[in-house]
Design a protein around this ligand. Structure first.
Ligand code: EPZ
Length: 418
């Protein structure tokens, strides 16, 4: 297992490129199962989660090729309809293959994804949606089995705007002739990216980015040529890295329009942000940022995926701030690791109280999940001295070529074999 060694305490400078969005690419790769025609998807980041999806699609029978950000999926024979445990357990988003398989073959079998370190991660909202469109759900040996004599267009109202359930049902509806309406949908920008891809495949999707989405399903879908949107969470993470460590950076191939909530909060903290069409400049405050409290909400609220890096930024604020996590039940595991670096944070249930300190100090710490690991990188760049971050395989799931990008921005970071 690799570690990161980061020597912090120096202001950043420089610029780096933002990669394609992991959370937009994953559903779009799953959507290739909706057609037997060739699909070519560009700007796909080279990440562990993409590799897991590549393995799953190949296992199911697609012929996939990946290189230099380009992903190609072809189909030369019958597909398997079962996503097995040892593939699904590696990545929960594997269950995004269920909607496409159900729609195309009227059957899908996949391992219950199980929880992860940030929460139970149930899939009831997905399954309720599939049943609304005519599927039967059964369980066997830890697997979920979806079958349908015939799927019919209809209206599905989600009890919670689940990102994955919205994506899964959009893909399923894309191959059901007629108009399916989804209500109380997730509004994340990645949903809009998937909608654009499905529209290009021949299933026009209206309303993505709003709570109500209409999918005009077709009997068959065409192949796809598409380029994935920039990763807004990677962008936000690097913005917070600069705000916490000091200095001025520029992020290229970004999409600032997707980060309104973060930009508002960072400006309140005193950070100077200049947003262009596809790049963004961040200049840290001289001294300590103002304390700003945040509550995570579904988009367009403050993103839960930036809650941990935000807490690392607030660790050196000139005052007390609160961080409320409303999306996942256990997403504060970065807090005790930040305390090891000198932060003053107390957690009760869904609230963390962050009493800003003048200085963080480097220390050995451990990543527990993807975004908690990102928070430790932010804190290590701001801290005086040397930090060793263990279990960075968590971070590799969501940040492409991280050590190279950190070096672009002037962070003294090295990856070492443990
Ligand atoms: C997506 O996960 C993202 N992953 C997550 O990013 C992100 O944190 C999350 O959306 C929220 O924005 C991908 O896009 C691959 P949800 P997803 O369904 O779809 C509960 C990262 O760091 N829920 O919107 O799984 C669930 O337990 C990852 O890149 C149900 O109760 O998120 C959670 O509390 C982490 N039943 C809440 O809803 C369901 O059927 C939000 O989950 C589905 C979800």
């Amino acid at each position: 297992m690799d570690n990161f060694i980061i020597r912090g305490g120096r202001p950043l400078s420089g610029q780096t490129m933002i990669s394609g969005s992991k959370n937009a690419a994953l559903p779009i790769l799953a959507a290739t199962l909706l057609t037997k025609e060739k699909c070519e998807i560009k700007n796909v980041p080279e990440l562990m989660d993409i590799k897991s999806t590549f393995e799953l699609l190949n296992y199911l029978g697609k012929n996939c090729f990946y290189g230099y950000g380009n992903f190609v999926a072809e189909e030369h024979g019958a597909l398997k309809l079962h996503a097995p445990y040892d593939l699904v357990r590696k990545m929960r988003a594997s269950m995004l293959v269920s909607g496409p398989l159900l729609a195309r073959f009227k059957k899908a079998r996949f391992s219950l994804p199980g929880g992860c370190s940030i929460g139970m991660r149930p899939i009831d909202i997905h399954l309720e949606g599939f049943k609304k469109l005519g599927a039967q759900v059964s369980y066997e040996k830890g697997d979920v089995i979806l079958t349908a004599k015939k799927l019919k267009p209809g209206t599905v109202k989600f009890r919670f705007p689940s990102v994955g359930a919205t994506e899964n049902l959009m893909m399923c509806a894309a191959l059901i002739e007629g108009v399916t309406t989804l209500e109380n949908c997730a509004r994340e920008p990645e949903i809009e990216d998937l909608a654009a891809a499905l529209t290009k495949m021949g299933a026009p999707v209206e309303g993505a980015g709003t709570p109500t989405i209409k999918i005009h399903g077709a009997a068959a879908l065409k192949g796809l040529k598409y380029s994935v949107m920039p990763d807004r969470i990677e962008t936000g993470t690097f913005m917070l890295l600069a705000a916490a460590a000091g200095g001025k950076i520029k992020l290229l191939n970004a999409a600032p329009r997707n980060l309104d909530a973060l930009i508002r909060c960072m400006k309140k903290a005193g950070v100077k942000i200049t947003a262009y069409k596809d790049s963004i400049e961040v200049e840290a405050v001289r001294g300590r940022p103002k304390p700003v409290s945040v509550s995570t909400k579904p988009h367009p609220g403050f993103p839960t995926d930036l809650q941990a890096p935000w807490m690392a930024f607030m660790a050196r604020a000139a005052g007390v701030s609160e961080v409320h996590e409303h999306i996942f039940e256990n997403r504060f595991m970065h807090a005790p690791e930040l305390v090891r670096m000198g932060a003053d944070i107390t957690v009760t249930d869904k609230k963390a109280v962050v009493r800003g300190v003048a200085e963080l100090l480097g220390a050995p710490v451990m990543a527990s999940d993807l975004r908690a690991g990102a928070a430790l990188v932010v804190a290590a760049a701001a801290a005086r001295g040397r930090t060793v971050i263990r279990r960075i395989y968590h971070i590799d799931r969501g940040y492409e070529k991280l050590e190279h990008k950190l070096k672009d921005l002037g962070v003294d970071a090295t990856r070492v074999k443990a």
